[in-house]
Design a protein around this ligand. Structure first.
Ligand code: ADP
Ligand code: MG
Length: 338
């Protein structure tokens, strides 16, 4: 007896959503990464009820044609890669072509977009079903609102924590995205109250100042280093300005914020003799390398990557951080004043 059938798109999108769309901050991540990939210079994120009621992301990027604005919600629809060769040279944050399909399957989305060539498009989509698709006057860019998240997946909705917890996840995320993209002006607000605003003038130390405050930013020293395959630079706080958690270290590889225990350890090893026990620095570590050496296709959320020659990178991070802090301690003038 034949008992196997291929599931329909609506069901497979909901299953995929289980991996990509864990909580409101996961949606903010996917939408903002799309805005970054669209070469926006200004991105605004407005939340209601920490995003559970509504997440609105407005950008001034490339926008979409009417055809693309509808196709964007199809699974595996992407403008970012088109063949296997591209998969090994990814420079964009997205490439899987499944975020919007997944998000649309568990929420109600309103989209306004224009590529600047045609008038503009409005799309309304609910639980993955397109309810409206029409011409609508809109300037170049994209404005997407994701409302009533998980309205049709009650188990996931129940799993949401308090507003404060969910908001905390999103603030942390936007902080890291802003640090990764100092050339983009970010604004995050909750119930119309501004939580973070960056200037987009390209100065990463200024973003550190916006996020962690001047007292921390002033105690940070720049570091940099280079070997055959990697360039690293960033800022790290002096041993007198530490935190009780490792959560204040941000690793950025080719513009992508990644989580890496190994890089955390490399920074800590670089500070080994200076740090008090149980204390950790505030740091941002930027890594530039040939995308060919990176594999970002590890998990749908794209927060972990695999690196060829990782050992070489880790020792470069360790020595660069160590040298910079040692120099600053010996010659206090090396501390950059802002
Ligand atoms: P991916 O980012 O992996 O390509 P998504 O489902 O996130 O997949 O988005 C699908 C496509 O929709 C993108 O490849 C892009 O072409 C388009 N898109 C999504 N958001 C935006 C945006 N803010 N501006 C311009 N194009 C966008
Ligand atoms: Mg995407």
């Amino acid at each position: 007896m034949d008992i196997i059938s291929v599931m329909d798109d609506s069901l497979s999108n909901k299953i995929a959503a289980g991996e990509v769309v864990e909580r409101p901050s996961s949606i903010v991540k996917e939408l903002v990464e799309n805005s970054i990939d669209a070469e926006s210079t200004s991105i605004e994120i407005a939340l209601e009820e920490a995003g559970l009621t509504s997440i609105r992301v407005t950008d001034n990027g490339k926008g979409m044609s009417r055809h693309d604005a509808v196709l964007a919600f199809e699974r595996h629809a992407t403008s970012k890669i088109s063949n296997e060769r591209d998969l090994f040279r990814i420079r964009t944050l997205g490439f899987r072509g499944e975020a919007l399909a997944s998000i649309a399957s568990v929420s109600k989305i309103s989209l306004w977009t224009s590529d600047g060539e045609t008038e503009g498009t409005e799309v309304q989509i609910e639980g993955g079903v397109i309810l409206k698709e029409s011409d609508a006057a809109f300037r170049k860019g994209t404005d997407m609102t994701v409302a009533q998240l998980f309205y049709n997946t009650p188990a996931r909705l129940k799993y949401m924590k308090t507003i404060q917890t969910e908001l905390g996840h999103t603030i942390d995320l936007v902080n890291r995205l802003a640090l990764s993209h100092p050339h983009i002006a970010f604004k995050l607000s909750h119930h119309s109250q501004t939580i973070l605003q960056t200037s987009g003038n390209g100065d990463q130390q200024r973003v550190l100042n916006d996020i962690y405050g001047p007292a921390v930013a002033r105690k940070m020293v720049p570091f940099n280093g280079e070997n055959a395959d990697f360039k690293v630079n960033g800022y790290v706080t002096l041993p007198e300005m530490t935190r009780a958690s490792k959560n204040y270290m941000t690793h950025i590889v080719n513009g992508r914020w990644v989580k890496s225990y190994a890089s955390n350890d490399a920074v800590l090893n670089g500070l080994h003799t200076y740090l008090p026990i149980g204390r950790y620095p505030v740091a941002v570590i930027n890594v530039e390398t040939d995308p060919f050496l990176t594999d970002v296709n590890v998990h749908p959320a794209k927060q972990h990557i695999r690196l060829s020659k990782e050992g070489e990178l880790l020792s470069l991070i360790k020595s660069s951080v160590h040298e910079a802090v040692k120099r600053a301690i010996i010659v206090p003038d090396a501390i950059k004043k802002d």
